[in-house]
Write a protein that binds this ligand. Sequence first.
Ligand code: FES
Length: 112
Amino acid sequence: MSATTDAIAHLADLGDSASLGVRLPDGRDALLVRVHGRVSAFENRCPHQGVPLEAEPDRFLEAGGELIQCAMHGALFLPEGGECVFGPCQGEHLRQISVSVDEGGGIHLAGE
Ligand code: FES
């Protein structure tokens, strides 16, 4: 990672809902979540039917704030690794995107 790489988002963007939808530089739609202080990112595409997960903008976590939820049929995914632990695609995974957070709170694609 380079500190000069543009951030895709900032920790401050992960507000009360602790989740955020972003468009990556390559055009993919992604989601960012912060659970127990750890930021993770995934492509915004449910492995069940290939649709975006959110029903409302930037709302990707279930009410407890611990699991990622697909609004379409209620699948629940672990924020570590993206495994579906409940729902029609149980055992499948969201596609994870490696990110890192710099000292200033900027969230960057890892490997850049
Ligand atoms: S499309 Fe996500 S659970 Fe069915």
